[in-house]
Design a protein around this ligand. Sequence first.
Ligand code: DGY
Length: 325
Amino acid sequence: MTKFKVVLTKETWPAAMERIEQHCEVKCWKEAEPIPRTVLLEWLKDAEGLFSTGDVKVDEDLLSNAPQLRVVAQSSVGYDNIDIDACTRREIPFGNTPGVLVETTADLTFTLLLSAARRIHECWDFVKSGNWASNNNIPYGVDLFGKTLGIVGMGDIGCAVARRAKACGLNIIYYNRTRRMDDHVLEARYVDFRDLLHESDFIITLVPLSNQSRGMFGAEEFAQMKSSAYFINAARGSIVNTEALYEALKSKQIAYAALDVTDPEPLAGDHPLLSLPNILITPHVGSATYETRNRMAHLAVDNLLAGLGRLALPACVNPTVNYPK
Ligand code: DGY
């Protein structure tokens, strides 16, 4: 049986890899640093499938170098690195991994909120450095109960965060492109973006990165928040103007930020954000549990194998070119 030629931009989980290798001849980048563009383009010359994790830009230039490509499968829900129109023009279906990471990402997002509110990493530093024994200057946090949480982007993950917030006694307001018809179930009140900025004690953003959301939180938006506001970003770094966030935190225009995503990403060890006392940053680990990353990898393999066999991808972002055509 002739195997399909497939390029992997990095290694995936063993069971998912086994499934790919059963059907495909694989070129896989195994080094710690990202695959160089020249290598990727060379490998794609005769490839029928591309499997990635959001670590490479798929654009016109890449696609024009891959004339045999039948499918692009990415193990992530976000796809701001993909030129979907370019894929569609070439009739290449693109598959992502929605659904399977919702609860995991909501857990991490809510963890950021709780950890920031109760200063968990400062508390740990306080104990670890031996300060506990010699002074009682413990880090004080703030309550959640009875406060207002503003969620910007009420998709599946936003709703899963809202459920957690409700259990903690937070009042929930949200802003979304369109109002959700089921918001009464979450007891969440739909508000204008500006009202959300004014009213929230905690703001969580979960909007996908697009031309509309890029830079959506800048100097003007931080200026409208309460000086006691906590700002949490678990979506994409470029939704926020990093310099404006730095200034807002440094001048105490807002109280605190907790970020799972940054711009740039990854952050260099000497980045100015890291010099601030009122920030907590995790390294883009929203979906990073063993179970969920495995589920994502398997869904991405489902998409890959379906596309190679010219069958409908189970999760296709550009359905007009999904198989069978
Ligand atoms: C996603 O799936 O989009 C997560 O952010 C991981 O990249």
